[in-house]
Structures are given as structure tokens and as C-alpha cells.
Design a protein around this ligand. Sequence first.
Ligand code: GLC
Length: 546
Amino acid sequence: MPVSPHLTGRSWWRDAVTYQIYPRSFADANGDGVGDLPGATARLSHLRDLGVDALWLTPFYPSPQHDHGYDVADYRDVDPLFGDLADADALIAEAHRLGLRVIVDLVPNHTSSAHPWFQEALTAPPGSPPRDRYLFRDGSRAAGRSRPPNNWRSVFGGPAWTQVPDGQWYLHLFDASQPDLNWRNPQVAAMLESVLRFWLDRGVDGFRVDVAHGLIKEASLRDQLIAPAAAEQEHAMVERVDADEPMWDQPEVHDIYRSWRRLLDEYSSDGSDQRILVAEAWTRTPESLARYVRPDEMHQAFNFAWLLADWSAKEFEEVVRGTLDALASVTASPTWVLSNHDVVRHPTRYGGGAVGLARARAATLAMLALPGSAYLYQGEELGLEQVEVPEEHRQDPAWLRTRESARPEVGRDGCRVPMPWSGEAPPYGFGPGTGQPWLPQPAEWAALTVAAQTGTAGSTLEFYREALAARRTHALPAGDDVILLGDSSGRSYGEDVFAFRRGPLTVVLNAGTTDVPVPQGDVVIASGGLARGMLPPDTCVWLTAS
Ligand code: GLC
């Protein structure tokens, strides 16, 4: 496959920038208001122009779409909503032609309840082999079997168990339409291995592994010990209810990834054609995350600590130090991410409006100077904010499962509103039709389309293009060693400044409220305006020695 020169040589993924495409919201070719694979293929030149190295597609497989594709009914096909297998092949071929690697999503923790295995399990008796592919159990003995087998909560709110007509219950750590597979049953491992091969044979360059920390549960399925204060909590997508987690991060998950790594390595001859595994693992510490990227396991794991950090120089420094220290023990390289389809977009998290956007650009610029790989989420290059989606349009199961409860969760629809490409009114070039796509787009987005920002000095899109180019020229050749210049080094820049050196590159981010002097050197790029040698609040700058 022809690749751009910067992708050859050392393992391509170690410093790749990967752009996340959420297919239903990226581009709609057939005008039904929902994005699709042909739409994405037609827009891949946007990724090339941005200057990224790879793309990650969230699930496009046949699915009832209760969790927008994370409920997979057939792992080896394409949902008609998004196209067909020929469309997937065409997307992979076009991406490769443009020098972009393709990572697809693998959902091994659960299937859809519409998957043939689950349908078979429902009609099979308790204790039968079809039931053993999932986690079916009798109800709690103490309550005369009328209550769930244990006290686990679904990440999306409510109990993690649903009862079937014969009285047994099945486990679903997410929606009731997403039954958890029994990874202690060898048929499950064999099925997912054949799925890996299916997509590797079609030419994908890797897999983002959904809920990688969840596949194995403590065998006893015992109750979770929950602190009284946390027992009230309904939803735990990001915040964990308690330290006792018999459903997450069990030691045996690593055996699965070791076997997958061997399988993927069969497809690679050197670093330039390596196929990779990326863990979505919400573990508790940098050390537990590092276990997923030991040399014989996955290649990367999303570093959610960076995304969870507040707008704070101290927190940024702590995350960078913690990440680099933990990874040093396993010789893996770090990843950095600020937004994805599950979290509030980072300009909104940092306060929203002009301030939120300035901070988001600053944090992005600092991120792109760090060693390792970075993940971008579609629309962040336009400075899009989280949208307040009206209740009647919300589709996220986290909302649907909690809206009647004491603690309704607004859900994740607000970061999934379709991309604005061009034009003055919805769907802003998202599709050929007129009017609103599957989630309504805000009126303010007319000024934020790709077309409106292209060639516009100071636009967020041009800033991302420049930052990615500067990363290639100045950050990647600068080696992997980082020297943090904050508190620990005698506070050279003050406690509200996050600063580090990477080879000849110095990066300074002002998270305080007053200007700070820009250090000596030539400015490579800044996330906002610099005034008379001063770095204003909410701004980041890269310098090289003059
Ligand atoms: C992951 C996905 C999320 C999905 C969940 C269940 O966290 O990123 O979107 O809802 O897994 O599959």
C-alpha cells in the first residue's frame, strides 16, 4: 500500500495522529439524514488535508442501533443503514490510497440481543450450552429468586440484570439490549478470533477494543461492595461508584490480549505494516492501564486521565508525569485524547464560549507536542461545542434508562451531532437533502463549517492544520524525552503554567488569569494571539531555541 513518507520507518502507530469517525454523524451520501460509509469515503480528503495518519471508525456492523452500533448483531457485515461490505472495502482502499491507516471498532464484551447466539440462548433451557455463551444465572436465593443474582449496576443506569420469561436473569453491564458474553467459554474466544481475521483479511490496520477491561468478570459474580454514599449513584460512565470492581479489570483479561497479539503479529512483517490493538480501558490508575500495553499485549491504550484532567497546569503536569512514569516500566508509548463520542466536547468542558475554545486549542496544542500518539474526534478541528439536544431527540440509552429516575443523565447525544461541512443552513452539507439530520444541528454552526473555516486566518480548522504540520516538523524529530518544567523543577514558570521541553522544543501553556512572559526562542506556533512578548491566559505556545 502506498503510504506517505512519514508513515514509513519506525512502527507507524507510535506517533500517529488518529482521527475518530463516528459514521452516523460524519457524512451522509444517500440523504436519509444518517451518515454512511460512502459518505465517509467521499470526505476522506478532509483527513488528508488536515494531516492525520489514521482513522478509527466506530461500529458500522448490522445492529438494532440501541447503542448506535455498540450492540452488534453480526460482526462480519455492514448495517444497511451504513452501506454494505463493498462500501467498507471501498473505504479501506481509498484511505490507503490517501496514505491513511484504518482502525475499526471491535465490541467483544457483549453482543446485541438480536445476535443469533442470544436469540438461541433465549429459546434454550437454563444450563444449556447456548445459555453458557452469556452470563445467565438464577435470581438471588435470599429473595426467592425474584431479585437479580447480584447488586451490579448497569453503566447506563439501573440494574445490570434483566429477567427472561423462564425466571433466569442475564448480565448486561450496559443496556439490556447488550448481553455480556461469557469469556470463560472457549466458543466466545474462537468467535472473536475469527472476527479479527475477517477484518484483517479485508485489510484493516487495527482494532479499537471496546470495554477492554470488562471481558472477564470475577468468576463468583459476587456482590460489589458499595460504600453507602455511592449506592445511590445511578450512572457510572466516567465516575466509578466504588473501588471494589469484580466486573472490571480482572487479571485474566490479559491472557485474551496476549493471544490476540500473537494473531495480529501473523499479519505483520515489520513496524511499517503492523496491525494494532488499542484498548478502551477505564482502569483506575496509570499503572493498571500500563498492563494493557505490555510488550506482548496491546499496542496502545486510551489515556483517559488526560481527558479527565481539569483546566489546571498542576493536573496536566501530574497526568503527563504519571503517564510517562507508568509506561516507562513497559516500554510502551503514550496516547493522548481530549474528546470522543462518549464525553462532553473539550471546549465545553473547559467552560464553553470564547474562553472554552481558547483553552481547548491550547490543550490540543500542548497534546500534539507530547511524545506518542494522539486521537482527535470528528468536529474538534472545527471547534464544535457540546450541543444541548432537546429531550424529544435524545437517543442515548444512558438517557433513556435514567430519564424517569432521581438522577437523569442527559446522555452523549450532544457530542454526536452531525458534522457541518458547508452552506448556511442544516444539514450544512452533511447530506444531499434539506432540513435537519438525525440529530438537529444548531444555527450557530453556519460559521463553523469546513468550507467557512478553510483558508480563514485564525480559524480553528486552519489552526489544527498548522499544528499537525508543526508537529511533524518540530515535535516528532525531537525525541521522546520530556522534561517537565513545572513545580518540581523549582517552578520556573509559576504554578498556573504547564510547561515542558522535548528536545529543542519548549511548550508553555498558561492556565492562569494573568499574562506570563514568553520565554526566549523562536515562536513555532501559538494557539492564540501573543501580545508584546507576553503569553495571555488560556494560550499555549511552542518555541525553539533561537
Ligand atoms: C464504550 C463505547 C460506548 C458504548 C459502550 C458500550 O464505552 O465507547 O460508546 O456505549 O462501550 O459498548
